[in-house]
Design a protein around this ligand. Structure first.
Ligand code: SAH
Length: 445
């Protein structure tokens, strides 16, 4: 049964650091606080207010002092990003990627990013004895830039080493699938799309190379707070209780509230890692059970021993902002290269949270060897970013504009923001020390 929550339990997350830069979906981007005209209600917001809170419709809420029932932040995030027609990633009218969109990602900043990833994946394939059947898997390919770059490098290997290539893409958004399909048209590989990694089966006859860049940060998180009685869940509730929903006092229309009691979910997932159990009372914790489940699937897909017998195994890279520990206040909205309140224009802004790499590791380390995480800067520089940059600059000698663009892109990938905030975790069944993860890194601290 949904219960009403007293307003005093309303919970405000700690503010993010605000600096004036529009570089990335990082915590260093500018935080926009609400001011001015109240934005019109979005379809997702309407759905949440109408259907998720006791099936009340907005007009019926007018004049009502009664608070309405809450939903978990994970459900809210899932709704906002992946609602079949109105979700942020599902709607073709949302301009997501690039300078004109809401954020720009590393593959679009510089081709060197995808090339270094391809070189690492192929080095593991070589360590496995260059199996002739190769399967490339990407989770959340976005505009398809990364897979295009990885495929291009892989195909250059193909000329010296005969192989067949299968590409499996996990993508829920039909509009993004269309963009990926155009990008990959003509590629000498068989390409298949899946709604979920659950639908991809371990392969006995091919070596699997998997990449997930900025995928796990988009998966739903639950938010918990440790109290004297145990973990309780921080929920999402309506603030629209007064007569005028366009009154700025009522905006954002949604808010965080603390559940008055422990629930099965808060107890199970709040204690799902020994790291969480040792956090002091008063701690807030963001946990993504979906990430744990999907990361375990990654482990199953790459493992050498599958339910149907031995497999050739594989390797993978998970790259995202985050660290080898849990976060409590990293969730944020993102629009036009700026951090937004998570309740601003639901469904029209990206929602994201830092990735707890230790949790991903815990999910799969009994299945596959896991390495890192290390910082993006360490990974890229150790994989040969400077050598590749030199070659690219040489091949554009005399073209100052292109040279400047190449240099700027490479610098952005390793500058203190992107180079340090992003972490890279490697998975490889080839055995032995794996370069460059055997090097010390501050991302593991
Ligand atoms: N990797 C790309 C895009 C990152 S944005 C890049 O670096 O540019 C996140 C991507 O994950 C989008 O393609 C989005 O549609 C997809 N996505 C988000 N949630 C998903 C889910 N639950 N299952 C499959 N794909 C998902």
């Amino acid at each position: 049964m949904l219960r009403s929550l007293p307003k005093r339990l309303a919970f405000t997350p700690k503010p993010f650091r605000a600096e004036t830069t529009t570089q990335r979906r990082s915590l260093n981007a500018t935080t926009i606080r609400f001011s001015g005209t109240v934005p019109p209600i979005t379809p997702i917001e309407k759905l949440i207010l109408e259907h998720s809170f006791n099936h009340l419709i907005l007009s019926e809420l007018k004049g009502s002092k009664q608070a309405v029932g809450p939903m978990s932040y994970a459900t809210y995030m899932q709704f906002c990003l992946s609602h079949p027609t109105e979700g942020y990633y599902m709607k073709s009218s949302n301009k997501i990627f690039g300078a004109q969109g809401d954020f720009i990602t590393s593959p679009d900043i510089s081709q060197i990013f995808g090339e270094m990833i391809a070189i690492w994946l192929l080095s593991q394939w070589e360590s496995a004895g260059c199996p002739s059947r190769l399967r490339l898997v990407e989770l959340g390919p976005g505009r398809g830039t990364l897979i295009t770059d990885v495929l291009r490098v892989t195909i250059t290997k193909k000329s010296s080493q005969p192989m067949t290539i299968q590409v499996d893409l996990v993508e829920t958004s039909l509009s993004l699938r269309e963009i990926q399909s155009k990008r990959l048209s003509g590629a000498p590989a068989s390409i298949q799309w899946y709604n979920s990694i659950d639908h991809i089966t371990p392969s006995n006859g091919s070596f699997t190379m998997l990449v997930a860049h900025e995928f796990f940060d988009a998966l739903p998180i639950h938010v918990f707070r440790k109290t004297d009685e145990g973990w309780k869940e921080v929920m999402v509730s309506s603030r629209v209780t007064e007569s005028d929903e366009s009154n700025s006092e009522q905006y954002p229309r949604l808010q965080h509230v603390l559940s008055p009691e422990k629930t099965a979910i808060s107890t199970i997932f709040g204690n799902s890692s020994s790291r969480f159990q040792s956090l002091p009372v008063g701690s807030d914790l963001e946990v993504s059970p979906t990430s744990f489940r999907l990361a375990r699937k990654v482990g199953e897909l790459l493992a050498k021993h599958t339910q149907t017998g031995p497999s050739l195994g594989g390797c993978g890279l998970i790259i995202d902002y985050g660290r080898d520990h849990a976060f409590g206040h990293s969730r944020r909205g993102f629009k036009n290269h700026q951090i937004m309140d998570v309740f601003h224009r639901p469904g029209e802004c990206d929602l994201t949270a830092n990735v707890d790499f230790a949790y991903l590791k815990e999910s799969m380390q009994d299945l596959v060897p896991v390495h890192g995480p290390i910082t993006q800067k360490l990974f890229l520089t150790q994989m040969g970013l400077m050598v590749r940059l030199d070659r690219l600059l040489q091949s554009h000698q005399g073209d100052q504009t292109t040279s400047d663009r190449i240099l700027e892109g490479a610098n952005r990938l390793i500058n203190p923001q992107m180079g340090e905030e992003y972490s890279v975790m490697g998975i490889s069944t080839t055995g032995g020390p794996v370069h460059p993860f055997h090097l010390l890194s501050d991302a593991s601290k």
